[in-house]
Ligand binder design. Sequence first.
Ligand SMILES: Cc1cc2nc3c(=O)[nH]c(=O)nc-3n(C[C@H](O)[C@H](O)[C@H](O)COP(=O)(O)OP(=O)(O)OC[C@H]3O[C@@H](n4cnc5c(N)ncnc54)[C@H](O)[C@@H]3O)c2cc1C
Length: 314
Amino acid sequence: MIKALVLAECAGNQIRPQTYSVVTAMKSRGYLVELLIASDNNIKELAEEAARIDGVHKVITVSAPYLYSWTTKNIVAQILTVLAREDYRVFAISSGFAGKRIAPYLAGKLNGEVVSDVVAFLDNDTLLRPVYSGSLLTVEKIQSKPLCVTIRSGAFAPAAQLSSPTAVIEALDATPIVSRVQYVERHCKNEDGQNRLTRARVVVGFGAGVDKEVLPIIFRLAEKLNAAVGATRAAVEAGLAPAGLLLGQTGKTVTPDLYIAVGISGAIQHVAGIKDSKTIVAINNDQNAPIFDIADYFWVADAHVAVLQLIEAL
Ligand SMILES: Cc1cc2nc3c(=O)[nH]c(=O)nc-3n(C[C@H](O)[C@H](O)[C@H](O)COP(=O)(O)OP(=O)(O)OC[C@H]3O[C@@H](n4cnc5c(N)ncnc54)[C@H](O)[C@@H]3O)c2cc1C
């Protein structure tokens, strides 16, 4: 059977949901999936979780203090060591922040190719990826070995978590530090809210159609729904939201079960970050707003009035 190596992205002692989706993508092509866990600690808990992911055949762990935060060279050194041991057909990671910098660097080191943001496979060499903010899909046929791919969040359902482990676990020595970049510390404003956005099952997004006075009721609605709050570029530029809440082409991509767009016109750059939400509800006072073209449910109404009515109804 042909093998795929997936790099697990972890937060604390948990594997991030996007890694589960990458496993599904690889499994759907019939690959024998091996999952690489590279971390400074919590390796045991992470490996145990990884061994219970449906479709993972083997878990490979590397642990070293300098793997606390992945600098590109360090993490790629670990991946190259693993790739050199076996005949892997593909290396895959999710298309988030880590994947965007790791996959191209790795492909360069392998003198190979990278295909980013893959949403589907036609066969093992032929992949579909969106371009122009998702308004076009391109089909790319690539013969490169191993092929480096990043998998778009939400394009594949997360693999199931089994009740008992089915994968073997192998611990490898970490490849010695090679990076000249040394991680010092992290400063993040409003880290909780921003991290919640990509995990939340419900997201309330607001745009320039929401006045400053209406903002508190947007947050009240989000609280009622246990939702995260996101914003458009226009709202960020108006100082109504921090840049970390930006959704879209230049911000975060979310794929919640429910996305409620309030006072958002539906510009293509915003839609690129929310269009894979399972259900989209739009509230806008302009019945011709483009957001209504992609919404499953739309409500032509003033944002203030509609959000208050929603809160009351909940
Ligand atoms: C290279 C590039 C990258 C970009 N990246 C992003 C990105 O990542 N994310 C992003 O969001 N944008 C991005 N943009 C900007 C994008 O093109 C739009 O300008 C932006 O998304 C518009 O935000 P908006 O819908 O909040 O504002 P507007 O387009 O101004 O829309 C406001 C909407 O609110 C409605 N409205 C007004 N008053 C009310 C009311 N009282 N009640 C209900 N509705 C009301 C209006 O009818 C209108 O539809 C990018 C642009 C460029 C050029």
